[in-house]
Ligand binder design. Structure first.
Ligand SMILES: [Fe+2]
Length: 215
């Protein structure tokens, strides 16, 4: 199966949760209204690794992201609790024997999507897509007053029946074999009147041999 559920509630702490309160806006949404906030950093996946590249641009080709691909996007760096969470989660995926041992380039995306009665939040404005990496982890850190944001994963070879469909709860993570599948997250709306948000960490793992990735 190209989708593996992983539990990560024990890796979530108050520092991680509060780090979402001051995230800068995603400047690449292109439609005027800001519904997504994020940071990005990169390191090498290895136990005890402390060196991070915190001002590297994030690039996806148009092939993998028709919405914001083809440009180098720069984001503010993630803080230490976020970096540590992403490393612990990625190492867990190796400890479980799913991701093979060895070094990978780890990309850490901290993302908050917000919604209100006036504005829906779009976790994946590009629709069904691949991220363009060997492995992708999506971990839910918080959901507040949130309806929707249902994740659907389907095989590239068979789009008729999803291999996963569900709304990630706090402490749920999904590990995707990204080359085999495409994924989509449905819009976020408030459950009750007021604001809603969904906080995730997306961890991408690239093999060193993959073209175009460097730390
Ligand atoms: Fe994605």
């Amino acid at each position: 199966m190209p989708v593996h559920p992983l539990a990560c509630a024990d890796l979530i702490n108050d520092h991680l949760v509060t780090s979402y309160e001051n995230l800068p806006a995603d400047r690449y949404l292109g439609d005027g209204h800001v519904y997504r906030y994020r940071t990005y950093g990169q390191t090498v996946l290895a136990p005890g690794e402390l060196r991070w590249s915190l001002e590297v641009p994030f690039f996806q080709s148009k092939r993998f992201n028709s919405h914001a691909g083809g440009i180098h996007r720069t984001f503010a760096p993630p803080t230490a609790p976020v970096r540590e969470f992403s490393q612990a989660l990625a190492l867990r995926s190796q400890e479980r024997g799913i991701v093979p041992p060895g070094r990978f380039i780890l990309g850490c995306h901290q993302i908050r999507v917000v919604a209100s009665e006036d504005h829906t939040g779009l976790p994946t404005p590009e629709g069904f897509h691949q991220d363009g990496f060997a492995w992708v982890l999506i971990a839910c850190v918080a959901r507040r007053n949130a309806d929707g944001a249902v994740t659907t994963v389907r095989r590239l070879s068979d789009a008729s029946a999803p291999v996963y469909e569900g709304a990630l709860g706090v402490g749920d993570a999904l590990l995707l074999e990204d080359p085999m599948v495409e994924h989509y997250v449905s819009p976020l709306t408030p459950q009750r009147p007021g604001r809603a948000h969904r906080d995730v960490v997306v961890v991408t793992l690239a093999s060193f041999a993959e073209e175009g990735h460097s730390v």
